[in-house]
Each structure stands twice: as structure tokens, then as C-alpha cells.
Design a protein. Structure first.
Length: 248
């Protein structure tokens, strides 16, 4: 199935794609940890074909008969809007996460399969996205035709490759967690965990962040976001406890 993709982002529908949380990579933590409370998310991926399998093997963890992608989750899933969204505009636009720069495309699929990503998204979360129209710029024709989009896509992929081994170590720490077992039984979904104390040193080291400062800033962000609409975010309570337990 070959189909060109024409896309031009329209800001007035940004509340659709700028939900409560976005994705960060280890290499981006340094410039973005002051803006978002950060946790870790694992997603299940079933390759569509042998090309997809070869592509995914470099960025994902092989687990049973599927793959797991690990990333950093920035923000609060209990909220409907990203905290950085102000008057339909991203207030950190010039250094927003790479993930936000490749939306609605997905780095978990190779460049040549992006038409399948878009077809699926347009049936779901991006059904009302106004960016796809005939007068929009041609951005994909079996490969990305938009230079900036292509660069961001491969930068993001490289970041996933870079963090793969630490994500694998963290993932296997949770192998027997009941919520992970639930994800294993479902078709798709997200298994989200706090940055546990065992890995703070390593993460801060790789990201060149001062550990003391990271803990101080993250604690205040988790406290600020702990309750949304009267509901306590239990993941954030765990994240706070994990930070409290780190010896400085
Ligand atoms: S056009 Fe699509 S990607 Fe752009 S802001 Fe609207 S919903 Fe988001
Ligand atoms: S960081 Fe900016 S682009 Fe990304 S979800 Fe938040 S408001 Fe949207």
C-alpha cells in the first residue's frame, strides 16, 4: 500500500495531541527535567513484518514473542492537557521533546511503513487532527520528503538506541510486577513505573545532570502534580518515595 502523506500542523487543534504526558529520551532529560515530572513507560510492540522486526530489534527489548519499548514519560496522565500548552501554543516550542516534533509519525515503525502508522492514528486519536488535507505540504512519499521531520525522526531513533540497554535493565527489575503481567496479557497498553533509586545515579550520569538538583526539582514537580481533580496519582506517590530513598 503506497500512499503519499500531506500534512501541515494546525495549532488550533493542539489540545488533541498535547495530552497530559509526552515522551522523552535519556539524551533530552538534561534540558527538560525542570519542566515535567518524569517517570518511565514500557509499551508492547508486535512487528508487522520482517523489516519491522529488524528495525525494532535495535531500539526495543525482546520479551517472549513480542518487543518492549522503554522511554521516559514526561507529564501527568491524569491531566488532559500538557502543562506546557499555553493558548494552543507550546511554550517550550524551540526545545520541545523530539517526540512532539515527529507527531503524528512514530519512530517505533520504519520510515517506509509510516503510512500504516498514519492510517491507524487517523482512525483513532488523530481522527479530528486538522493537519491532513490536500493543500498541506507533502511530507512522506515512501520516505520522508520533509528534511526537518526526517532529521528529528532519526535523531529520536538514535536516542532510543542509546537508552535501550538501561531500559532493559530497568524493565527486568519489574518482571514480576502484577501490573506488568497484566500488560503482557493485553494486546497493547502502557506499563508505567517510577525512576527507581537503583538507577538514579546511572540516569543522571548518562544525562549529565547533577543528581542533587534532579532530585530536588523532580520532588517539587511530583508534589505539585500529586492530586488532580481530587484524585491522587499513585504512580507519583511511588516516584516521590523512590526519590526520598536516594542517598545524596
Ligand atoms: S494538526 Fe494534528 S498534530 Fe497538529 S496540533 Fe492539530 S491535532 Fe496536533
Ligand atoms: S511539550 Fe509542547 S508540543 Fe509537546 S505535548 Fe507539551 S505543549 Fe505539546
Amino acid at each position: 500500500m503506497r500512499k503519499q502523506i500531506k500534512f501541515q500542523c494546525m495549532i488550533d487543534c493542539s489540545s488533541l495531541c498535547c495530552g497530559g504526558a509526552t515522551i522523552l529520551t535519556l539524551k533530552e532529560l538534561n534540558r527538560l527535567y525542570r519542566f515535567f515530572p518524569v517517570t518511565i513507560g514500557f509499551r508492547k510492540i508486535f512487528p508487522l513484518n520482517s523489516d519491522h522486526k529488524a528495525y525494532i530489534e535495535e531500539i526495543a527489548i525482546k520479551f517472549r514473542n513480542f518487543y518492549i519499548i522503554g522511554d521516559f514519560v514526561a507529564g501527568n496522565r491524569l491531566k488532559k492537557r500538557c502543562q506546557m500548552l499555553k493558548n494552543f501554543l507550546c511554550s517550550i516550542n524551540s526545545f520541545k521533546p523530539l517526540q512532539c516534533s515527529v507527531i503524528p509519525f512514530s519512530v517505533t515503525f520504519p520510515e517506509e511503513l509510516q503510512n500504516l502508522v498514519i492510517a491507524k492514528k487517523r482512525q483513532g486519536a488523530f481522527k479530528s487532527c486538522k493537519g491532513f488535507h490536500d493543500d498541506a505540504k507533502l511530507v512522506w512519499d515512501v520516505e520522508f520528503t520533509d528534511k526537518e521531520l526526517r532529521e528529528n525522526f532519526y535523531k529520536l531513533r538514535q536516542n532510543f538506541i542509546f537508552q535501550r540497554s538501561i531500559m532493559e535493565k530497568i524493565f527486568f527489575k519489574f518482571e514480576n510486577n502484577p501490573f506488568l503481567k497484566k500488560l503482557m496479557q493485553s494486546e497493547e497498553g502502557l506499563f508505567e513505573v517510577p525512576i527507581i533509586s537503583d538507577f538514579i545515579d546511572e540516569i543522571c550520569g548518562f544525562a549529565s545532570i547533577d543528581k542533587k538538583e534532579f532530585i530536588k526539582v523532580q520532588k517539587s514537580l511530583f508534589i505539585r502534580e500529586l492530586t488532580v481533580g481530587g484524585v491522587k496519582n499513585s504512580l507519583f506517590i511511588d516516584a516521590l518515595n523512590a526519590l526520598e530513598s536516594v542517598k545524596i
